[in-house]
Design a protein around this ligand. Structure first.
Ligand SMILES: Nc1ncnc2c1ncn2[C@@H]1O[C@H](COP(=O)(O)OP(=O)(O)OP(=O)(O)O)[C@@H](O)[C@H]1O
Ligand SMILES: [Mg+2]
Length: 216
């Protein structure tokens, strides 16, 4: 296994573990303005990723991401499963058969993931009170910090900060997409659960790279 294959598998393990542990938080958020299945769906989907990881060591990094997307797609139902799966699949496709990527390539893969998510959500935009409200500013901050030559820790800190602010911004918004939109103005005053999923992913990524005690 190359260093990057090993890093990606470790990263997916850290992200999955963090999301599985957040089941209750996500269920509580989704119960307020959705159908309350977000925690259980995320748990099931990312448990399937954890199970799959040991068999992926010999695959390219692009293919590891696609396999993660595929297992998410078969294990998380409904619209949100398709949305998360599309993100991983598009990121894997953007990386293609490169066997080594840098932060700029990672930024491009994240942008591809975001593009797929917005498309799959039928034109989701920032302000619709979805995961995109956290993901788009996080990816923008990732790109800006990368362009300035920052290392991965500073890049992920900037991305996490932007994701948290974006997630906070969903509290005062009325949902325009997803189940929460059926509530109309009653969706105001609650954080979007998917935006929390994005914050947890960046938090897990930052912690993972901090624990490596090696900057990239
Ligand atoms: N059109 C969309 N575009 C982007 N994100 C969306 C969209 N619709 C919903 N979401 C995100 O999905 C999250 C809900 O995930 P959850 O797993 O609870 O699915 P759901 O709304 O119950 O729908 P389903 O049961 O059809 O998957 C929302 O918090 C929101 O962030
Ligand atoms: Mg739900």
């Amino acid at each position: 296994m190359s260093e990057q294959q090993e890093l990606l598998i470790g990263l997916l393990e850290a992200v999955s573990t963090k999301l599985i542990a957040a089941e209750k938080t996500l269920t509580d958020l989704d119960s307020a303005i959705g159908d309350g299945d977000c925690g259980a769906s995320i748990k099931k989907g990312f448990e399937s990723v954890l199970e799959k990881l040991p068999s992926l060591g010999e695959q390219s990094i692009g293919s590891i991401l696609k396999q993660a997307g595929m297992t998410i797609s078969s294990n998380i139902g409904g619209v949100s499963g398709a949305i998360y799966a599309t993100g991983f699949l598009r990121a894997g496709k953007a990386i293609g058969d490169k066997d080594k990527i840098n932060l700029h390539d990672t930024y491009e893969a994240l942008q591809a993931a975001l593009g797929g998510i917005k498309e799959r959500g039928e034109g989701t935009k920032v302000g619709d009170k979805t995961m995109v409200d956290a993901l788009e500013p996080a990816i923008d901050a990732f790109g800006d910090a990368t362009a300035k030559g920052a290392g991965i820790l500073a890049v992920l800190e900037a991305a996490l900060d932007a994701a948290r602010k974006g997630s906070d911004s969903t509290i005062d918004l009325q949902a325009k997409k997803g189940r929460a939109s059926y509530l109309g103005p009653r969706s105001i005053g609650h954080r979007d659960a998917g935006s929390m999923v994005i914050c947890l992913m960046f938090e897990a990524a930052l912690d993972f790279f901090k624990n490596l005690k090696k900057n990239y």
